[in-house]
Design a protein around this ligand. Structure first.
Ligand code: DLL
Length: 432
């Protein structure tokens, strides 16, 4: 279902015109009101009148996460603080958090793009949305909440965690939509099985999963266990939260809400803009944001763009599912490896569970990657030689795909830590 046909099916030429106008207005505001951006533009010798259309975006400066942290808490405000109605921040586990301050207009836009997201996977006002993303400073909970309210669906704001209660509510309230991280959805499925609950009978229609990378193999697992359509949704605090891009029911790339967020793909080394189909770092400019707009934000997420039309009728550009992050990329003996590539290979094997962890160590100057994967109960009770055979075949497949030798270790069922939010996949023990 298309929520806003006016904007979601706008002819390409009109999209570019609209983006150009909006970018022009934004640059004007930033130059006048945000010293941080005025300085950056001055250092490149760019003035607002140099931006006459969307193609001129390349003249503008990039923004990095570190720069946003440096001006914490209010350095990016483009309006008076009294215009701000809500604030969210990134988790800040690795330093000062990034602040996203919303005006009433920004919250309207957020509700709109999240309504598009939820509708793209079939949500209507008749649905019951069990929202298991965390409420609080994290954007997942309230972002989904505003979108579901806009559609007129019933929201159950259960937030993350409390798995037993999630299962009780799923059954008692007959939720038709679930929203959480993909890893948590599998944890829910596992807990349901233990309680003897058949999730297939609950009547879930769809789930909206994001906030962390996941693979097609993981999607197959989730759809089988939940017997529901699994939709990939993408977003980040620096831009708005969830609502930046979503898959439609075709599940063939994520439609970017281009009338609000202008995407580019760049070579992360040189900053050069790359054409459709070439992998690189996603960069986003928030062309309608009022509170804390950003120019050319470097997301560190690796993907590529596709402007070809989608069978669903939307005209927006699509991004491929996130392949990894520039900062999650493991360099193992010089080879670039993303956890999602390993996930894709490992989960194709019978008898393994979608719970895994990557441990990297350096021995005698050489990197060693151990892939720990949980096996299911059946395989756990199998003979050792069969387990070893599976381990060796996974290693061979990983070698064929990645061209690096890994050590695969099947571990006991439920021995790896579960997360209620974003899963932690990498343990890097190397000291450089
Ligand atoms: O994770 C916003 C969100 C909430 C998105 C709920 C989707 C659903 P942050 O905590 O700022 O915001 O983290 C943003 O998470 O740069 C990506 O690396 C990653 N990420 C988000 N969605 C996806 C996805 C929220 N669908 C960072 N696939 C982003 C892969 C994703 N990675």
């Amino acid at each position: 279902m298309i929520w806003n046909t006016d904007y979601e099916t706008l002819p390409r030429g009109d999209i570019a015109g609209l983006q150009g106008e909006r970018l022009g207005r934004l640059v004007d505001v930033l130059y006048r009101r945000v010293p941080f951006y005025r300085k950056k533009m001055e250092s490149l010798g760019v003035k607002p009148h140099d931006v006459q259309g969307i193609a001129d975006v390349v003249k503008l400066p990039f923004t990095t996460k570190d720069e946003m942290r440096d001006v914490y808490p209010y350095g990016l405000l483009a309006v008076d603080l009294k215009e701000i109605v809500e604030i969210h921040t990134s988790s800040g586990t690795t330093g000062k958090p990034v602040v996203d301050a919303y005006t009433a207009g920004d919250i309207e836009v957020w509700a709109e793009v999240m309504a598009r997201t939820l509708a793209a996977g079939g949500t209507t006002r008749h649905d019951i949305v069990q929202n298991a993303y965390g409420y609080g400073l994290f954007t997942g909970g309230l972002g989904v909440h505003y979108g579901a309210r806009k559609i007129g669906a019933t929201v159950i704001p259960i937030s993350g965690g409390n798995t037993k209660r999630q299962l009780a509510i799923l059954q008692d309230f007959k939720s038709t939509i679930v929203t959480c991280t993909p890893s948590y959805s599998l944890f829910l499925a596992e807990a349901a099985r233990e309680e003897g609950i058949d999730l297939g009978k609950v009547g879930l229609k769809a789930g909206f999963f994001g906030a962390e990378p996941w693979s097609e193999s993981m999607r197959a697992e989730i759809e089988e266990k939940l017997r529901a359509l699994a939709i990939d949704i993408y977003g980040l605090t620096e831009i708005i939260g969830p609502g930046v891009a979503t898959e439609c029911e075709r599940q063939d790339g994520l439609h970017i809400c281009e009338d609000h967020f202008y995407p580019e793909i760049i070579d992360p080394e040189t900053g050069r803009v790359l054409p459709d189909g070439e992998k690189g770092e996603l960069v986003i400019t928030t062309i309608t944001k009022e509170g804390t707009p950003v120019l050319r934000y470097r997301t560190r997420d690796i993907t590529y763009l596709d402007h070809s039309p989608c069978a669903c009728g939307r005209t927006s550009v699509r991004m491929h599912r996130v392949l990894g992050r520039t900062d999650d990329m493991l360099i193992i003996r010089g080879v670039n490896v993303f956890p999602s590539q390993i996930e894709e290979v490992v989960l194709k094997f019978e008898g393994v569970e979608p719970h895994y962890q990557l441990v990297v160590e350096r021995r005698d100057q050489l990197d060693e990657l151990e892939v720990q994967v949980e096996m299911n109960e059946r395989m756990f009770s199998d003979e050792i030689k069969n387990l070893e055979r599976t381990e060796r075949s996974i290693e061979a497949d990983l070698y064929a795909t990645l061209n690096i030798h890994t050590r695969v270790r099947l571990v006991e069922p439920k021995s790896l830590a579960r997360s209620e939010g974003k899963a932690k996949r990498i343990i890097d023990k190397r000291t450089l």
